[in-house]
Write a protein that binds this ligand. Structure first.
Ligand code: ZZB
Length: 258
């Protein structure tokens, strides 16, 4: 599986993350690095998700940069030329997802230039980097989770001001209009992030509709098909230094969940 890892630079750490990280990163810029298959949707990022119970690490890329992701992802990166020494995992520290919530990040290409880190129950520590960038317009999981967090902000320990946004249209399809995920969640009557079965089906539909029938409504490739725009946005992000390729041996993921 070939993902794009987006570089979301930390603007301001949450108080808990600040306490844990201060003094351990040696003045490096710290980036959250969500793995995505949908680079063309990056205009519509509204937040970033971490699993509150997942253990993350901060890893030194070089003297100036560090990445936040799972240890598992860092180990994969160590064999892809992302860290300086092949096979060596340059971990600076450990931190729990719940301590990262409330951190403010830059969102490359985003209509919202800065977004917050929020908790999502369904983040898997066995896939991607364990960090997910959120696009509620086109991802049913993201739309549903942001609705849950708004309804029960206190329970989820989030500040309502971190959720001060609406889904942002990035593409249009004839069947579902400007906000594909919102329309599909309504059609399948999805109530919460606990509706795992319907969410899996919704994700499948949203992927297919967007990819085969989507037309971009924003950005440099506005008016082009999603199929045409996807590799162009991907190349642009890499060329601007805002993302890098991250691959995952698929067989490992399958054997783990089997
Ligand atoms: C932005 C985005 C916008 C995404 C969208 C999807 C959609 P897949 O196909 O199962 O590999 N993701 C990445 N890592 C994780 C994780 N560890 N746990 C949970 N979700 C994760 O799924 C890849 C997609 O799932 C990634 O692409 C990421 O969200 C999320 F409009 O990034 B995506 C219809 C989906 N739309």
């Amino acid at each position: 599986q070939e993902y794009l890892a987006l570089k979301m630079e930390v603007v301001e750490f949450s108080p808990a993350a600040k306490a844990a990280i201060e003094g351990s990163v040696g003045g490096r810029k710290v980036y959250f690095v969500p793995a995505t298959l949908r680079p063309e949707t990056m205009y519509g990022q509204t937040n970033c998700f971490v699993g509150p119970n997942i253990k993350y690490g901060v890893f030194a890329v070089n003297d100036t940069d560090a990445y936040v992701c799972t240890y598992r992802a860092a180990r994969n990166m160590a064999f892809q030329g992302i860290f300086p020494v092949r096979g060596e995992i340059p971990q600076l520290l450990d931190i729990l997802g719940s301590d990262l919530v409330g951190t403010k990040l830059k969102a490359p290409l985003g209509v919202m230039p800065e977004v917050y880190v929020l908790p999502m129950e369904n983040v898997k520590d066995t896939k991607g980097t364990g960090v997910v960038t959120s696009v509620p317009s086109d991802s049913p999981d993201d739309y549903t989770t942001t609705c849950d967090l708004r309804k029960k902000a206190e329970f989820y320990k989030v500040d309502p001001k971190w959720l001060n946004f609406e889904p942002i249209s990035v593409l249009r399809t004839e069947k579902y209009g400007d906000l594909t995920a919102v329309a599909i969640c309504k059609e399948l009557k999805i109530q919460s992030q606990k509706d795992i079965k319907q969410l899996t089906e919704a994700k499948e539909i949203a992927y297919k509709e967007g990819f085969y029938n989507g037309i971009m409504t924003i950005g440099d490739f506005k008016g082009e098909s999603v199929q045409d725009a996807k590799p162009k946005v991907r190349a642009q992000l890499i060329q601007m230094g805002l993302a890098f390729a991250y691959a995952e041996p698929e067989s490992l993921v399958i054997s783990r969940s089997a």
